[in-house]
Design a protein around this ligand. Structure first.
Ligand code: SAM
Length: 237
């Protein structure tokens, strides 16, 4: 396998990994990302962490098939328990999971002292981006880069976070859209939010018809609809 064999989503994550990094890829089903990066000579060492036996074995096979069993350490472990500070990991990738699950993996990793704070985090949540950004910002990370891509009719966001920088003050709106994505307003971003707007307008209609007390939810949805409209107007859409 090679970097070009990666999905567009994982290729984008690979681009954010610094040259010569010591990488931990958590949730490393098949170890595709570490193997591709190793074959490109982009990383010097990698841990591929997996919590489920089947994917863990696939990751081991993939590393061995590429003659990388000495450079990619495949470990069966829950989240960041695959990593020890002695491993001197400089970048962590967690891709293809919900944002809340990624957040919880990071939180447990922090509680169990598996994060030095020097690692670059490269995260690709499938959903729950806002909750993940909220955790990162509360923990003192700066969102240094973001990307949005479309693959097989699905839209994916990537979030890169680094600590030890002067952290900007993020607004709630920036954490909702992504501070970098909001500045860039790429065509895929616009498409995502046009689609989301029509979904949220339908949600609002059904909330108004609800016989339960959903006042707070209505307020929240109205605010988000306003934000989306503002952003689309700013982009001339
Ligand atoms: N990262 C790959 C990608 O983006 O294509 C695989 C994504 S796959 C949908 C998610 C993987 O994460 C599964 O193999 C699952 O077993 C693993 N996973 C889920 N929770 C985990 C955890 N707490 N620790 C380690 N791996 C986990």
């Amino acid at each position: 396998m090679n970097a070009k064999d990666l999905s567009i989503r994982l290729q984008k994550a690979a681009e954010f990994v610094p040259q010569d990094a010591r990488l931990a890829d958590i949730g490393s089903d098949h170890a595709y990302l570490p193997v591709a990066l190793m074959l490109q000579n982009k990383i010097s060492y990698s841990i591929a962490g997996e919590v489920v036996v089947g994917p863990y074995e696939s990751a081991k096979r993939q590393a061995a098939k590429n003659g990388l069993e000495n450079k990619i350490d495949v470990r069966l472990a829950d989240g960041l328990e695959a990593v020890e500070l002695n491993d001197q990991i400089s970048a962590i990738t967690i891709c293809g999971m919900g944002g809340v699950l990624i957040r919880d993996i990071l939180q447990r990793g922090k509680e169990k002292a598996r994060l030095s704070g020097k690692e670059r985090l490269i995260l690709q949540p499938n959903v729950g981006e806002r909750q993940l950004r909220q955790w990162l910002v509360a923990e003192g990370y700066t969102i240094t880069e973001e990307a949005i891509i479309e693959e097989n009719q699905k839209v994916y966001e990537l979030i890169v976070a680094d600590k030890d920088l002067v952290q900007p003050d993020y607004t709630a709106k920036e954490l909702f859209f992504g501070p970098v994505l909001l500045k860039e307003k790429a065509p895929v971003f616009i498409k995502k939010w046009q689609h989301k707007l029509s979904k949220m307008e339908k949600i609002l209609t059904s909330l108004h018809q609800s016989d339960q007390d959903v006042t707070e939810k209505i307020r929240e949805v109205i605010l988000e609809i306003e934000w989306i409209k503002e952003v689309l107007e700013d982009a001339g859409k």
